[in-house]
Write a protein that binds this ligand. Sequence first.
Ligand code: SAH
Length: 211
Amino acid sequence: MAGFDGVGWSPERARMVDEQIVARGITDPAVLRAMRTIPRERFVPEEVREQAYDDAPLAIGRGQTISQPYIVALMTELAGLSPASRVLEIGTGCGYQGAVLAACAAHVWSVELEAELSARAARTLASVGIANVTLRVGDGALGWPEEAPFDAIVVTAAPVATPPALLEQIGPEGRLIIPLGAAAQELYVVTRGASGVSRRAVLPVRFVPLR
Ligand code: SAH
């Protein structure tokens, strides 16, 4: 039986990356390296730790969920990050997606509506030694204007329409990765170019609603 630490869970983590992430076509080496090293089991609540590497979303408390590992990897790859990237995440949740983004970027700013989840994420990030994530409690629909523009904005709760503040806070070469919709949702990549805003649907998804 696996131990409750990053080392003890490495076989499960390696298998998850091979079978769920590489097998489904994720190739960005930084994303694969992040998913192979970040201890997902430390981010999920104790009660569901045995399922940390399952091919499924998991409950993280307050009625919220942590995305399936593949969706975390896909959103990170779609964000098109470099080691210099400045990233905004909406919906900190347990902090796992933020940790994966932070491993592929220079800095992540992450906004969460629920103070309790943000506080727990802060403790987890500190305990695994991730220092380049800054958390704030508030309404993510407003973005983080003081730190804008961002090279990428990753939204992990679904609004029905793109919040205008987030569109404004994407840098000139930046990308917004966002699930949109209510019962039926699609994951979109939104870019802003000379000819205005363009969006591309990537795949159907199911996220908790942006409140
Ligand atoms: N990225 C997270 C998954 C988050 S689930 C992870 O890796 O665990 C979506 C999160 O969005 C929930 O924690 C929910 O509380 C939060 N959320 C919902 N509406 C929000 C809003 N308007 N502003 C900020 N966070 C919000």
